[in-house]
Design a protein around this ligand. Structure first.
Ligand code: C5P
Length: 201
């Protein structure tokens, strides 16, 4: 039987870490749906049309080098505004959600659009400053030269684009449990998420 956990929220709120921990704990498969948009964004940066890129996306594209760069993140959030691009990525995500043994999908519209019937919906958030601080440390750790101010501007620009777009804007599903990680350690945030999923099983 399928059991889907939908985890949505803005960039750097802790979705990825929480999703991986939930998947590991319960033995569920995990799909970081941001990678789909990043892979399309990367192909657009390489000169392909966005819709062709979305329609032609193959699993190997999700393992391409450089998908984590800030340039690709911005390109992803630009292609994500396009309703046709989003539509082209729906079937892949739904098929993943329905696999037997359970699945965790994280993104922006999993609980609202992709899997409105998910067994568990979490909306993971944190203040823009806290998220920018986390992303900044991560990028410095990865050898990307960025300033905190640039990272904060990038976070705000993506929030603005994700929340204001007409197609599947970033917002909590009415039945989502909101988890604000601004003042939580990673362990505390993971424990809170595990408790919500455990209750629903
Ligand atoms: O989560 P991540 O930062 O990798 O996502 C990159 C971009 O892809 C986001 O800023 C957002 O615009 C878009 N995205 C989306 N819907 C999803 C996942 C990501 O629109 N389900």
């Amino acid at each position: 039987m399928s059991f889907t956990v939908a985890i949505d929220g803005p960039a750097a709120a802790g979705k990825g870490t929480i999703s991986r921990a939930v998947a590991d704990h319960f033995g569920f498969a995990h799909l970081d749906t941001g990678l789909l948009y990043r892979a399309v964004g990367k192909r657009v940066l390489d000169g392909e049309a966005a819709l062709d890129a979305a329609r032609g996306l193959v699993a190997e594209d999700l393992e391409a080098e450089g998908l984590r760069s800030p340039e690709v993140a911005q390109a992803a959030s630009r292609v994500a505004v396009d309703a046709d691009v989003r539509e082209a990525l729906v079937d892949f995500q739904r098929a993943f959600a329905m696999r037997s043994g359970g699945a965790v999908l994280d993104g922006r519209d999993i609980g609202t659009v992709i899997c409105p019937d998910a067994a568990v919906k979490l909306f993971v958030t944190a203040s823009p400053e806290v998220r920018a601080e986390r992303r900044y440390r991560e990028q410095v750790g990865n050898g990307h030269a960025a300033s905190y101010a640039e990272v904060l501007a990038d976070v705000r620009a993506r929030d603005e684009r994700d929340e204001s777009r007409a197609a599947a804007p970033l917002k909590p599903a009415p039945d989502a449990v909101t988890l604000d990680t601004s003042h939580l350690s990673i362990d505390e945030a993971v424990a809170a998420a595990l408790a919500v999923v455990t209750k629903a099983r």
